[in-house]
Ligand binder design. Sequence first.
Ligand code: ZN
Ligand code: ZN
Ligand code: ZN
Ligand code: ZN
Length: 402
Amino acid sequence: MPSAAPVPRSPSVLLLGSAAGLLTTPGCPACRYTSESSETYLTWFALEGHSDPDVLQVLRKSRGMCARHTRRLLAQPGADARLTAVYKYVVAAAVADLGPQRAGCPACAQEAAAADRVLDILLEEFTSATKTEYKLHGGLCLPHLRRAARRTRHHEVRWLLRFMIARLSAPEPDLDLMAGWPDGDADTRARMRAALPPSYPATAPDTCSVCWSSADFERMHLNAVSSGRSAAAPDLLCGPHLRDAADAFGLLAQQAEGQAIRLARALDGQPRLLGIAPGWLSAAARRALADPDCPVCRGSGQAAADELGRVRAWLRRAARPPATVPLCARHATWLHGIDAQAGRLAAGALGDHAARLATELDTAFRMRTWAHRNDSRGPEMNAWRRAAVFLDGSVLGGCLAD
Ligand SMILES: [Zn+2]
Ligand SMILES: [Zn+2]
Ligand SMILES: [Zn+2]
Ligand SMILES: [Zn+2]
């Protein structure tokens, strides 16, 4: 297998280094390059990055990758051996310090940098020839257009907005245009929603009731939108939730219309300035170009906050420190941020849990060595999956690690 590096060595669209080179095939060029670049980064992580001391240091600070990227790591060939080793370090660091996370997901940072590179190249050379190619191949998706518009004061942003409004007004709404593509995580999300227990499995260890509550709201709300039972026309959905509900009759057309109206508002809100006008984005335009306040994201966030409040009250009432708490490390951190006393009680219980996990990860790590090849294996062999859920229960969408 050829070695992979974070920056693709194989020819990629970006090596052409020009806006024209980015606009040779249909579909959003930022989406295309971001997903190529992300794929390369995760392959590099599997081959080399997971044992790189700098990467491990970042993962200790970020407590692993975000839920979406962790799902990608869990699905990679050889993930069991690799993540058993990685989580030995990450779990220990998470419990030693429940303070705020000190780094973001490194794979998300990589994706954001890749997208920004494409947007910069594209807008730096936005000539009339580029415009023709842009029109021919469809250009940026809506999420990347928003990102471009927020990053730049380029006067052509107005042209890009008008072109997007025209595309959103076409008879057949285009899901990839509105949500970005490809969404390799969509099938996994659907499977997790189907597998989510109907009520919180309070007797099962290794579960987070906050993650479960949030996932339960998300499932209920998406079902309501999909079956058209949602009373009012839904507010504008974020990209992933639009994709999750996209089969609902009439939903795409309704959402495309709503998005077009919002963008038109951004154009209307502009003073009549020509050329590159510093600060041309008015406050109203910035609001119109912000990511939509998705009702499913908002509602599941509120469900999580409500449940965290219940766990907090329960901890406050406890006569003695509880042996277990129904929280993942991410939500224990959240609790610690709003109530240090309840957070300390949670940290105590999670510390015991993490110590057990660490022992299992050590055993599993040893079992994979040649000397132990004939030993019988126990539940510790899936400790790497439980470690991922311990760090962040939303990795498996509130489900138990199997
Ligand atoms: Zn895109
Ligand atoms: Zn990420
Ligand atoms: Zn959680
Ligand atoms: Zn959403």
